[in-house]
Design a protein around this ligand. Structure first.
Ligand SMILES: Cc1cc2nc3c(=O)[nH]c(=O)nc-3n(C[C@H](O)[C@H](O)[C@H](O)COP(=O)(O)O)c2cc1C
Length: 325
């Protein structure tokens, strides 16, 4: 068991490597210094074309922060987190975590870490079994604990979303620079430890009402013959559209996904409609202009009988974690 604060913080940063991130860019960097762990964005891994303002980069960092805090709790550490408000200068940390005291780990916290270790993005079609209303409520509560909200779309809104996603997908496909950016991160074996490998991508994109993201690459994943009739679609949203809000959205995504994994609910993020202004505005309208959309999520029950995709690779710890002193 990890007993020193420095060791626990380094282990937490290591566990946070498992966090989901847009195109598996892992756009974070950690510095461990004594009893302090600092989280930075890694703009060198930002999607400059699809995410010029860094929303999805910071959101991904928020998911990593969530994972680090779950790992610290699983090791019995109480932590304090400072999330500097406003728009910090480039190079300032997004969050500072301090390990303050240690006690015997709670088995519930240890189980939460195990859930993060099995979590993954599953692009297979969902089964015909609907996610139970109680599970949807639990996911919404998870999002709230993380600092954001979940709006589950009604049938009419799902049809509107299908059109929106078609439009945002087409716009991105027609943009050569966006296409090149996707090519740089998606497909192949991804031996360097980032990006989405063929094994996580459907061999053929399923024919669903709301299309999955077309990465322009055929993968090797048997995605199944089904449809998305039983899927729910939801918008993760919140009150603001600044860096601290995007960080909170990532923490909310982490907590929602952890809850979903525990309940056998598959989560598929769909970010193309938030990447483009015209569809982001349309999503905001769906929220009655009461919030800012951070991410669209497909929620469903995955085929329990066949294995899902293998885990996607991660960058070596030495590339994303620096231990000082
Ligand atoms: C902010 C964000 C946006 C994402 N957008 C999409 C998307 O549009 N389509 C998709 O298939 N997966 C999307 N993903 C899933 C990532 O590709 C996935 O997390 C990453 O490849 C790592 O794989 P894993 O989740 O299985 O660990 C997104 C994830 C995050 C955190």
């Amino acid at each position: 068991m990890t007993t020193t604060a420095t060791g626990a913080l380094a282990a937490a940063a290591d566990a946070a490597r498992l966090a989901p991130s847009v195109h598996n860019t892992q756009p974070w960097r950690w510095v461990v210094d004594g009893d302090r762990l600092e989280l930075f964005a890694a703009p060198e891994r930002q999607l400059r074309e699809q995410d010029p303002e860094g929303r999805l980069m910071v959101l991904s960092c928020g998911a990593a922060l969530h994972h680090a805090l779950v790992a610290l709790a699983a090791a019995g550490w109480k932590a304090e987190v400072d999330r500097p408000a406003g728009a910090p200068e480039a190079g300032e940390p997004l969050a500072i975590v301090r390990a303050v005291s240690h006690a015997a780990a709670d088995p519930h916290d240890m189980h939460r870490l195990q859930l993060l270790q099995v979590r993954r993005t599953d692009r297979r079609v969902v089964t015909d079994e609907a996610v139970a209303p109680a599970a949807l409520d639990a996911l919404a509560a998870g999002a709230r604990r993380g600092g954001a909200r979940l709006h589950v779309l009604n049938r009419d809104q799902v049809l509107q979303l299908a059109v929106m996603i078609e439009h945002s997908g087409e716009a991105e496909q027609h943009d050569e620079r966006m296409r090149d950016e996707t090519k740089a991160w998606v497909g192949g074996e991804r031996a360097a430890g980032s990006g989405i490998p063929d094994s996580a991508l459907p061999a053929q994109n399923p024919r669903t009402t709301v299309a999955e993201r077309d990465f322009g690459v055929a993968g090797t994943l048997a995605a199944g013959e089904g449809h998305d009739n039983a899927a729910h679609y939801a918008i993760l949203y919140g009150e603001g559209d600044e860096r601290p809000d995007w960080l909170a959205a990532g923490e909310a995504l982490g907590e929602l996904w952890l809850t979903a994994t525990g309940r056998g609910t598959a989560v598929l993020p769909l970010s193309s409609p938030v990447e483009l202004d015209f569809t982001r505005v349309a999503l905001r309208r769906m929220l009655g202009d009461t919030g800012w959309p951070y991410l669209v999520l497909r929620l469903g029950v995955a085929d329990p009988e066949h294995a899902g995709p293998p885990h996607t690779p991660r960058l070596p710890a030495a590339d994303v974690i620096e231990v000082r002193g």
